[in-house]
Design a protein around this ligand. Sequence first.
Ligand SMILES: [Zn+2]
Length: 675
Amino acid sequence: MASLHTLLILCGCATALCLPTSSLTGNTEIDVDGGKDQDIFNINEAAGLDLVEGDILIKEGEGRNTILGEEYRWPTTVPYVLDSSLEINAKGVILKAFEQYRLKTCIDFKPRDGEPNYISVFKGSGCYSKVGNRKMGKQELSIGANCDSLGTVEHEFLHALGFWHEQSRSDRDDYVTIVWDQIQEGKEHNFNSYDETESSSLGVPYDYGSVMHYSKTAFSKGSEPTIVTKIPEFLNVIGQRMEFSDNDLLKLNRLYNCTTASTFLDSCNFEEPNICGMIQGDGGNAKWARVQMVEGGPQTDYTNLGQCQGVGFFMHFSTATGTQGDKAYLESRLFYPKRPSQCLQFYHYNSGGIDDQLNIWVREYTVKNPKGALRLIQKISGGLQGSWELYHVTLDVSDKFRVVFEGVKGRDTSKGGLSLDDINLSETQCPQYTWRIRDFSSLLATTPAGSKTYSPRFLSPDGYSFQIGLYINGLKDSPDKMAIYLHLTSGPNDDNLQWPCPWRQASMELMDQNPDIQHRMNNIRMITTDPTKTSTDTMGNVEYFWDDPRKVGSLVTDTDGSKFYRGPGSGSSNYITHGRLKSRSFIKGNDVIFLLSLDDVTGLWKTQTGRPEIQDLQLEIDDTIGSSTATVAISVFVAAAMFLGLAVGAMFYMRRRGRLMERDREIEPERTDET
Ligand SMILES: [Zn+2]
């Protein structure tokens, strides 16, 4: 369980006139990182571990074998077991990390089905792994408390797949200087490097951006760097734990002779004249054109936003000329799906008439329809936008297919038309919502530290209302980082929902707007609503942290003047540093985009036998005396009752969710909100 720090704003009035009703309010915040920017090595040190290079498990007498030997590789589909000791949030993060491996590499993971060698992921004290496949049957990999972040899980699995730390490469002294006298006494062995006979760099240059690189203060006596990069610009780059770097992927793909990634289908930014094998489909009397600008907009493509001369193409269907009902079809090349569901993502600029329409179809090739049959997935209309907008469309195809973009000219006059750029197609789940913050660069320059910006409220597929609270310039005492919190909010279904909200996992993903989904290093944080989590106020009253916001929240006013309740928040004050925020394409065209989902993860209990363990029921609350036995006893009882309820409730939720998803398909699936 995370070390918890609670910031409580109690009644707001210091006099006895104020009766304590609820200790939890919309201003309560739990920092799951305890306010600390903890890397793997800090977590392990705090847990009292002294492992090789901080997080590598090697037993006495076990040779320092390397990734060189073929025998240390796993099959490309790695069998795993998620031990019941794991926290539910950690399980969700691990499954998300597996999805990233599937999207970007040929490595896949499957639940163990009798395979002799497998990875057993469990909650040990700290985050650690062995290097490579040790052919030992059950090979343990620990995702302990505070290790449940995407980059950390990817990091530990890269060890298991055969990788050492980046700064232990044989050529590291060409790129970094190890500051030996800043290293804690006795920890020098963590900075060993290996020669070419022990470890291969697979022909890939030294990578400061690797998710396998130590941060600058790893094993430092104080706050001085132990690693200084020879190119100063990279001093704050090393130690990233967001996502695989391009070179991490290159090395992994080389080691395992990967040619394709299992859930990736296509990415196209239309920079090449072959437009990624897309074709002008039959049936239309007009054409899509590959252009660099359109008089009526857009003035530039989205890939380069006019930053580079001579490049910057997109596809355009003009409605400025022609007659009502004109149609043009842009069809993708053929795809062969492996899963029953896909996510199509693209940027669309509408500078056409109010009733011009973009229709997304799939052309499915089946035994019954060997020449392909068209099926409409979504209609997108709405007229002039004046900007490139991000769309996600969920497809549900299981046969050979093409994606078809149909442009239809409406009756109204138009000075432009419909444009498309930066298309990605993958067999992954679409985010439920996007939250685009426009002119974010200005907000970054003007928002005071300690000021919180809230997203609009969103509804999860099963009806929970939630929003994200963002400290753009951090908390008052840490202004150089962005902080993020998940809040449940009151919504239309509250009377029919289960409270406290059981096991819903929020994914808060800051999008790296690289045109190619495989090269994006999104910054992802996941938070799970644990219905057993309680809080005790100074009067000894016990409350459930994720209870109905009308009970444990504060009444607040929305931007449109309407009122709603906001429950307490859980998240991290160390979401992303401003240095990293300003890197890559997190900010593009002055905007940032968050991809948000709130998923039911009740099913993650199912690998567990028996009743869930109830631990850490109490939050540490400032100015509160330790837990009372009575409180814990009540909590355990309620938690046990709740779990019984969950078993019955799970089926209800699954069914309800299925219905809601069906209904959603009929409504406009794309819901973009912004501030
Ligand atoms: Zn490591």
